[in-house]
Design a protein around this ligand. Structure first.
Ligand code: COS
Length: 386
């Protein structure tokens, strides 16, 4: 099958509608929310009303039934304006709803998905811990089976969990150690833990440099009891579920990088056309024009890589290597474009009044979150046979 991901009319319409929404609804609020480090439930619900929750989930569970590239383009368009809002949507879809959709049994899907697709509630992905970031198997959170009650009892903590500690949080998928495998390594399993479960303490983390209006939580599990039917997948499937979820998640982080880069280029181009130095617009100085040309070229390469990875996923082909490459490269292009864009703005680019300053800070997360650039290189190196 030849591959093509050139945009058809439907994708163009989707892109235009999300761009319009981002410009009219997100852009006017972004600087203030960032300054106040404030998560906006109202804005989040508006994104839900637009159909950005449960994007690729089957309509039979209330989802939007979009294809993967459509979802990725939606995230990209949000990120052009604001990384925080894009993060809320990317985390909810790729990390929140997706594991339930892909690994849940029929009962779990029918129970949880409809309310995660209707635009009112968020679900989070509880993998990272204070001592388990890149080394995701180093989890210390445990789930012990209590045979007298037939329940699992979870103890431990999680850190940097997007969408986990706000009023819209409905629950969290939690990875916990449930035993030892015959090969001596830890056995990890996943549990669906509703936000109001007794013993679960959720706190919003503050003083972030970036994504300041997305919600990031730290979670404490103090004898949190869950029933067997809240286990996602089989006992011992937890790490595989988490890793495969991250394979998909890398596409949406790639989209955030691509969108941020495109936003930075658009801002810089506009500014360079308006601002004059030495008697002519900046854009007519070769030093600036070449900078913009380099940004545009890297964006084109990033877009091709990301959309190809989406096409592979959509067509049920191996996409994991390309997803890691797209996440790595789009993050680097985002950071490059934010920095060069800021350079184009000169002193103004250092002021919060100009969105390029926020893009510059937001770009930093992309090479760290959902697998650092070093982890992406590790994953890619394994795929190419190192
Ligand atoms: N899909 C399915 N299974 C996978 C997988 C994937 N992408 N990656 C690993 N696995 C499986 C392996 O097949 C192996 O299974 P067996 O033990 O049954 O053979 C098991 O998981 C362990 O794999 P491995 O030994 O390769 O794991 P490592 O501890 O070396 O870790 C990396 C692999 C580094 C790739 C993983 O820990 C990782 O992705 N870390 C980054 C985590 C991350 O992104 N954190 C940020 C989260 S923010 S939301």
């Amino acid at each position: 099958m030849a591959y093509s991901f050139l945009e058809d009319e439907e994708l163009k319409m989707l892109r235009d509608s999300i761009r319009k929404f981002a410009k009219t609804e997100i852009s006017p609020l972004a600087a203030q929310l960032d300054k106040n480090e404030e998560f906006s439930p109202e804005l989040t619900k508006k994104m839900g009303a637009l159909g950005l929750f449960g994007t690729v989930v089957d309509p039979k569970y209330n989802g939007q039934g979009m294809d993967y590239l459509s979802y990725i383009i939606a995230v990209e368009e949000l990120a052009r304006e604001d990384g925080s809002q894009a993060a809320t949507i990317a985390a909810h879809n790729s990390l929140g709803a997706a594991p339930i959709y892909y690994y849940g049994n029929e009962e779990q899907k029918s129970k949880y998905l409809p309310s995660l697709c209707d635009g009112t509630g968020l679900w989070a992905f509880g993998l990272t811990e204070a001592g388990a970031g890149s080394d995701a198997q180093a989890s210390k959170t445990t789930a012990k089976f209590d045979s007298s009650s037939g329940e699992w009892v979870i103890n431990g903590s999680k850190l940097w969990i997007t969408n986990s500690a706000c009023e819209l949080t409905k629950g969290i998928t939690v990875q916990a150690v449930t035993g030892r495998r015959p090969n001596g390594r830890v056995e990890l399993s996943c549990f669906l833990v509703p936000a109001d479960t007794k013993g679960l303490i959720r706190k919003a983390m503050k003083d972030k440099m970036m994504w300041r209006s997305s919600n990031t939580g730290e979670l404490y599990f103090e004898n949190v009891r869950v029933k067997q039917e809240q286990m996602l997948g089989k006992q011992g499937d937890g790490f595989k579920i988490m890793m495969e979820t991250l394979d998909n998640g890398r596409l949406s982080i790639g989209a955030m990088g691509l969108g941020l880069a495109k936003g930075a280029l658009a801002l810089s181009l506009n500014y360079a056309k308006e601002r004059e130095t030495f008697g002519k617009p900046l854009v007519k100085h070769q030093a600036v024009a070449f900078k913009l040309a380099e940004m545009a070229t890297r964006i084109e390469a990033a877009e091709n890589l990301l959309y190809k990875a989406c096409w592979l996923k959509q067509n049920k082909k191996d996409f994991q290597k390309e997803a890691a490459m797209a996440k790595l490269y789009c993050s680097e292009v985002a950071e490059y474009c934010a920095r060069e864009g800021q350079q184009t703005f000169g002193g103004y680019g250092l002021m919060k009044e100009y969105p390029i300053e926020r893009h510059y800070r937001d770009a930093a997360l992309l090479r760290i979150g959902e697998g650092t650039s070093e982890i992406q290189r590790l994953v890619i190196s394994r795929y190419i046979g190192c």
